[in-house]
Structure formats: structure tokens, C-alpha cells
Design a binder for this molecule. Structure first.
Ligand code: URA
Ligand code: SF4
Length: 187
């Protein structure tokens, strides 16, 4: 099923980002996973390779996931709120997010995850409709359409704040991922 959605998405021209993208960036990981992660939008590496989170923030993300015992090939399905790269990595606009929303909805329907991680404020806005406030939202469970949702700092924010000390964004994110791991184990 994913392959037919994928090829349909590959030729999508529903917003202006279709004019500047190199590749549509759909997903990586497993469709059978009970965990889904939604990021913001592709960057340069993702646009070149056609896979989400394959650049520097992807390395950081992989490292954090594996550090709590999640297998990045089997335990998670990774995608973005917007499938094509915004020029100069600007934030996707409201219009672009709305145009791309049906693809995200199809992915959620396909994977049917128990838990959704929202990595950063764009993903929080796309799913929960809340603008801003990631610092107070992160680490707290929410319910959304019968699923557990966990907002997290975006990995690129963690790269800009490299401290690993207690209370640092990276350490807090690891705690948040441990909560996700526990939820998956007990559900
Ligand atoms: N940042 C994102 O939000 N998504 C990616 O795929 C890469 C970087
Ligand atoms: Fe289509 Fe989404 Fe790409 Fe816009 S960003 S062209 S809506 S796939």
C-alpha cells in the first residue's frame, strides 16, 4: 500500500515546494512499527537522498533512539509534516502544511501507530494545532484521535545546544524517549 501512496506523492504538485524540490521525502523505517515520528520538513541531505532525517539531525535522532533501545529499522516509522524541502530550509508556511496534510493523514492511517512523537514545533502545530510552547509541551503525554502523542525538542535544536548535562535539551529528550519506550512496552 505504501508503494502506491509513495508513487502518488512523488508526483504531487499541490504546493509551490514541488517547483524547487529535488526529491519528495516520504518515509523511512517500518510501516509495521507501533511508533511514528513526525519531523518538520526535509533539509538538503534529505532532498538529495529522498529519505527523512539522513543528515546531521538524523544522526543525532538515530543515536538517541538507539540509546533507549529502539531499533531504527524495525521499531519506528519516520516522516515529516511536509514532504518537500522548503528553499533555504525556511519553515513551511501554513498553506504548505495544509496542502501536505492529506499525505500525512494517509501515513497515519497506513501505519496506525499507538504512539506518535512530534519532533519540534512544526509537527506539534501540524497535529495538535498548537503554535509555540515546545519547551513546556515536550515530555508530556497527550491524547490525539485515540493515540498517545509525545512532543519532543527537534533534533536540530539539540545540535545547537550540544550539552549532555542533567537538564540539558539532549538529556531531557532522552528522558522523553524513555517514556515512549515504556509506553510501548506496557501497551
Ligand atoms: N529535519 C526534519 O524535520 N526532517 C528531516 O527529515 C530532516 C531534518
Ligand atoms: Fe505535495 Fe507536500 Fe510536496 Fe507540497 S510539500 S508538493 S503538498 S508533497
Amino acid at each position: 500500500m505504501d508503494s502506491s501512496i509513495l508513487s502518488a506523492c512523488d508526483s504531487c504538485t499541490s504546493c509551490v515546494l514541488s517547483r524547487t524540490r529535488k526529491k519528495v521525502v516520504f518515509s523511512r523505517g517500518s510501516e509495521k512499527a507501533r511508533l511514528m515520528l513526525i519531523g518538520e520538513a526535509p533539509g538538503a541531505s534529505e532532498d538529495a537522498l529522498g529519505k527523512p532525517f539522513v543528515g546531521r539531525s538524523g544522526k543525532k535522532l538515530n543515536f538517541l533512539l538507539e540509546s533507549v533501545g529502539l531499533n531504527i529499522h524495525e521499531d519506528i516509522y519516520i516522516c515529516n509534516a511536509v514532504k518537500c524541502r522548503p528553499p533555504k530550509n525556511r519553515r513551511p508556511t501554513k498553506l504548505e502544511m495544509a496542502a501536505c496534510r492529506p499525505w500525512l493523514a494517509k501515513q497515519i492511517q497506513l501505519v496506525d501507530p499507538l504512539v506518535i512523537i512530534l519532533a519540534g514545533s512544526t509537527a506539534v502545530e501540524a497535529i495538535l494545532g498548537i503554535k509555540g510552547g515546545i519547551t513546556s509541551l515536550r515530555g508530556n503525554w497527550r491524547q490525539w484521535e485515540g493515540r498517545w502523542v509525545m512532543p519532543l525538542f527537534h533534533p536540530s535544536y539539540l545540535l545547537r545546544n550540544p550539552s549532555l548535562n542533567k537538564g540539558s535539551p539532549s538529556e531531557l529528550t532522552r528522558q522523553d524517549l524513555l517514556k515512549v519506550k515504556k509506553m510501548l512496552e506496557r501497551s
